[in-house]
Design a protein around this ligand. Structure first.
Ligand SMILES: [Zn+2]
Length: 252
């Protein structure tokens, strides 16, 4: 499985906006998707799976349909919970914030289609099986387990202390790595708890729930505390835990 984490626009080390591209074809979240990929790369992404509707996870999403309007040959499939699909229709594609591209076809037909998923019920996209796992954030949010038949990779999305996600990771026999939200440094634990994210210290508490030795890759470091979070992760002195390298192709 090939996974590329997209950086945000100005600082290539910064993950202001969240997007993972899997095997060049499927995106998890679309914060940076249309801002960072070339038009050709963007058109290859036929499925977008949303963990939740916070802006840093959907910011570039509406632009796909304006920037590539004439080039989209088949509808981009948007996978989200029923509740998040309702939010996107109500708050983004409402002809106020952005045109309702669900009702504006191009010469080839509709530009996008919504495909609801239900947490804990696996669904197949190309050769990858996705299982959404509810996590603990300020809005309903799903982490994911993604399995290609050879390896499984976990994505916490935005979360504070949570249980079911780690139980699912323990059940996954092919688990190779988990991308974990470590947004704030230890001194900002109050902010992390209020906004429901993790710090390096909270991460060590979470990892006590994990009974598998796998790679732990810290993501979503807020730009203002990225350096400190990085130093605090190094200070954990655990070779299992690294900070994500953006725009690198991870492969397992
Ligand atoms: Zn969030």
């Amino acid at each position: 499985m090939k996974i590329r984490i997209l950086p945000s626009i100005s600082d290539p080390r910064s993950q202001l906006l969240i997007t993972y591209v899997l095997n060049d074809r499927i995106a998890i979240d679309a914060g940076a998707l249309a801002f960072h990929l070339t038009g050709e790369e963007l058109l290859r992404v036929q499925d977008i799976v949303l963990t939740h509707t916070h802006l840093d996870h959907i910011a570039s999403f509406p632009f796909i349909f304006s920037e590539e309007f004439t080039n989209i040959r088949e509808p981009v499939r948007i996978h989200a919970t029923e509740k998040d699909i309702h939010s996107l229709r109500t708050h983004i594609f409402n002809n106020i914030i952005w045109p309702d591209f669900t009702k504006i076809p191009n010469a080839y037909g509709p530009l996008l289609g919504f495909h609801p998923f239900t947490p804990n019920q696996p669904f197949l996209l190309n050769d990858l099986t996705f299982t959404a796992i509810p996590v603990n954030h300020t809005v309903d949010t799903c982490g994911f387990l993604v399995d290609d038949g050879q390896v499984s990779i976990g994505f916490t999305s935005d979360t504070a202390l949570t249980d079911q996600f780690w139980e699912e990771m323990n059940r996954s026999e092919r688990l190779a790595a988990i991308f974990v939200d470590v947004a704030f440094n230890n001194a900002l634990e109050g902010v992390a708890l209020a906004s429901k994210h993790l710090t390096p210290h909270l991460l060590t508490q979470e990892l006590k729930k994990l009974h598998r030795k796998v790679e732990i890759i810290a993501v979503n470091l807020k730009p203002m505390c990225r350096e400190i979070v990085g130093a605090e992760i190094v200070a954990l002195n655990d070779p299992q835990i690294t900070v994500a390298v953006l725009d690198k192709n991870y492969e397992w």
